[in-house]
Design a protein around this ligand. Structure first.
Ligand code: R5P
Length: 329
C-alpha cells in the first residue's frame, strides 16, 4: 500500500498483526523503550514522512496505554506523518459519557480532547459505550458497532426460540439493532447502580418481551466485573423463568472478580471479542483464577477493522464496507 504505514502499540501487537494480515500487509516497526519508573519513549525506526500513519492500540489497562498512544501520536507528528489515524478498538473512559454527578468530569470528553489536541486526524473505535461520544470529537470518527462484529456469528446461533435483552436502559439502542435484524422480541432490564461496578436493583421493565421458556441473548458493550451479567442471568432464570441465558458483549474488560463470577454463574455462553485479549488466568484476592474458556467464545473484531481501514485508505464508504460484512457473512 502506497503512502500507508500501520503500527501497533506494545500490548496490541497481536491484534495489529491480525488486522495487517487481513489487509494483505504487515505492521511496520515501532520501538518503545521503558524507563525504570514506567515512563515510555516510542520511536519509529524508519521514515514516515508524508505517510498516512495508522496506529493500532486498544486502551484497556488505560493509563499506560493511553500515555503510549499519546506519545506515539506526538512522535508521528514530529516525524512529518501526513495523517495520523488512531485505531482504538476499546476506548477507555467511554463509560464516562456525561456528568455522573454534580461537580464531576466527563472522561470521554477528556479522551477526545487529548487525542485531538495531540494531533490525531481520525479515530476508529469499536462499539462505543454511547454514540453521542462522537460529538466530543471534531475529527472524523469511524464507529464499528457490535452489530458489525457479531451479526455474522449470531446468524449461526439465534432462531425463533430466542429473546434479545438489554441489561439496562442505556443499552436499548444496541440491543434493538440485534432484535430488529433478527426480528426477535426485545426485553429490557431496569438496572440501578448505587456506585460504580455495584448494582443497587434490577428488574425486568414492563412492556418488554416475556422471557419465560425462552433462550435469552443479553447484548452489552462491555463486561467489567461481570456483576451486571451474572445478576441479570440469575434474575432471568430464577425470577422470570427463562430457559437459558447467553450474552454477546463486545469488550471483555473482565477485571476483579469477573472470571470467578463467570465460572460460577448460570450463564450458558459469553460471546465476546478480541478488542481486549483474554489472559489464561488472573489473580483475584491472591487466588489464581483460570479463565473459563468453555463458557467464552471470542469473535474477532479484526475483520471489521481491516475492512474499514481499507475503505479509509481507498477514500471509499466505510458504511458500505460494514454493511457488506453483515450481508455477505
Ligand atoms: C454499563 O452501562 C455497561 O454497559 C456495562 O453493563 C457495565 O459497564 C458492566 O459492568 P460490570 O460487568 O462491572 O457490571
Amino acid at each position: 500500500m502506497k503512502h500507508v504505514k500501520i503500527f501497533a502499540l506494545r500490548r496490541s501487537q497481536e491484534l495489529g498483526r491480525q488486522i495487517a494480515e487481513k489487509m494483505g500487509t504487515e505492521l511496520s516497526e515501532l520501538v518503545t523503550q521503558r524507563f525504570s519508573d514506567g515512563e515510555l519513549s516510542p520511536h519509529f525506526t524508519t521514515t514516515i514522512r508524508g505517510q498516512n500513519v495508522f496506529i493500532i492500540g486498544t486502551l484497556s489497562q488505560p493509563h499506560s496505554n493511553i500515555m503510549e498512544m499519546m506519545l506515539t501520536i506526538d512522535a508521528a507528528k514530529r516525524s512529518g506523518a501526513k495523517t495520523i489515524n488512531c485505531i482504538m478498538p476499546y476506548l477507555a473512559y467511554a463509560r464516562q459519557d456525561k456528568k455522573g454527578a454534580s461537580r464531576s468530569g466527563i472522561g470521554a470528553r477528556v479522551m477526545a480532547n487529548m487525542l485531538e489536541v495531540n494531533g490525531a486526524d481520525s479515530v476508529t473505535i469499536v462499539d462505543l459505550h454511547a454514540t453521542q461520544i462522537e460529538a466530543a470529537f471534531n475529527i472524523p470518527t469511524v464507529h464499528i458497532t457490535g452489530r458489525n462484529v457479531f451479526i455474522p456469528k449470531m446468524k449461526e446461533v439465534l432462531n425463533d426460540d430466542w429473546v434479545i435483552c438489554s441489561p439496562d436502559a442505556g443499552g436499548t439502542v444496541r440491543a434493538t439493532q440485534f432484535s430488529n435484524f433478527f426480528n426477535l422480541p426485545l426485553a429490557i432490564i431496569d438496572k440501578k447502580r448505587d456506585r460504580p461496578n455495584s448494582i443497587g436493583s434490577m428488574i425486568l421493565s414492563g412492556g418488554g418481551a416475556d422471557v419465560k421458556g425462552k433462550n435469552v441473548m443479553i447484548i452489552d458493550d462491555m463486561i467489567d466485573t461481570a456483576g451486571t451479567l451474572c445478576k441479570a442471568t440469575d434474575m432471568l432464570l430464577d425470577k422470570y423463568g427463562a430457559k437459558s441465558v447467553s450474552a454477546t458483549i463486545t469488550h471483555p474488560v473482565l477485571s476483579g472478580p469477573a472470571y470467578k463470577r463467570i465460572a460460577q454463574s448460570q450463564i450458558t455462553k459469553l460471546y465476546t471479542s478480541d478488542t481486549i485479549a483474554l489472559p489464561d488466568s488472573k489473580t483475584f484476592e491472591n487466588e489464581e483464577i483460570y479463565v473459563p474458556k468453555n463458557k467464552i467464545e471470542v469473535v474477532s473484531c479484526t475483520t471489521a477493522i481491516a475492512k474499514v481501514t481499507e475503505k479509509m485508505i481507498s477514500n471509499s464508504s466505510v458504511d458500505v464496507g460494514l454493511e457488506e460484512l453483515i450481508l455477505e457473512n
